[in-house]
Design a protein. Structure first.
Length: 278
């Protein structure tokens, strides 16, 4: 599978020029949607992710009628199956499992303890964030044993501490899609339909000619993506965020200073652009 085939487009019924091109599509379930079933049946060659925001018996009934199709995964918040005392509501959980072939939770997991808890619920995939995004090789080894896939939010700078330096937050540049693709089953984006279309386009082509703060939500400083080393993604993949574990690694800071020096001399790093296959 090509890395761009793992890019997931959020489609909420609005016009999008990329729905036909996307191999993965994220749909938010609406009770009033009349074309929901028709869309699922018409896109069996794609992998669909159907997000259910609220527990609804009528929604489960409609989903159960689509169980014969194996190309979709149900997404739901973990709170949907929890009681007030934070224990599992087995009646709701069994109802969820009965209406679909695959399910996962929209909660993003940022530490090992929660990841282990999530395995007990047997999801088909998990969202990984924060520090675990810097440990994907190790995370994948554990997830593979559980037969669980890994999904990430690419266009959002993620950290358990909001004031973390921008370059130490977890996000993925379009230039680094190839680096992360072997470890994940899908790249998702946050934002409205306009942002979704922009992200689908630039991540599919594999480069971003511009300021990272214009692409990465939560990246709150000006830094041209072209001024970072081409090995930037590989560095981050292997760093395991040693900076918060007492290490004297200052690689992110050095990259930032290097980028500023390039800007001062009006220079940049030209990425290698892959030729499209005919």
């Amino acid at each position: 599978m090509e890395p761009k085939d793992k890019i997931c487009l959020l489609y909420d019924g609005e016009d999008s020029m990329f729905v036909k091109d996307a191999r993965q599509i994220h749909i938010i379930y609406h009770e009033e949607s009349k074309n929901f079933e028709k869309f699922v049946k018409a896109n069996q060659e794609k992998q669909l992710y159907i997000e259910l925001k609220e527990f609804s018996a009528s929604a489960l009934k409609r989903l159960r009628n689509l169980k014969e199709f194996t190309n979709w995964t149900l997404q739901l918040p973990l709170d949907m199956i929890l009681k007030e005392d934070r224990t599992i509501d087995l009646i709701k959980f069994n109802g969820i499992k009965d209406c679909c072939n695959k399910y996962m939770f929209t909660d993003r997991i940022g530490n090992w303890e929660i990841l282990q808890f999530m395995f007990l619920l047997h999801p088909s995939e998990v969202y990984v964030t924060n520090m675990l995004g810097f440990c994907l090789e190790d995370v994948k080894k554990i997830c593979d044993k559980q037969e669980v896939g890994i999904r990430v939010i690419a266009n959002f700078a993620q950290s358990a501490w909001e004031q973390s330096p921008n370059l130490t937050k977890f996000f993925i540049r379009p230039e680094d899609l190839d680096v992360y693709a072997p470890y994940v089953t899908g790249f998702d984006f946050i934002g409205d339909s306009a942002i979704q279309d922009v992200c689908f386009k630039v991540y599919s082509r594999g480069y971003w000619y511009g300021d990272l703060k214009e692409l990465i939500i939560g990246f709150n400083e000006s830094l041209d993506s072209r001024m970072l080393p081409q090995q930037y993604g590989e560095y981050r993949m292997n760093c395991k965020k040693r900076c918060v574990q007492g290490s004297k690694c200052h690689l992110c800071y050095s990259m930032k200073m290097f980028a500023h020096q390039l800007k001062e001399v009006n220079s940049q790093i030209i990425p290698k652009i892959k030729q499209e296959k005919e």
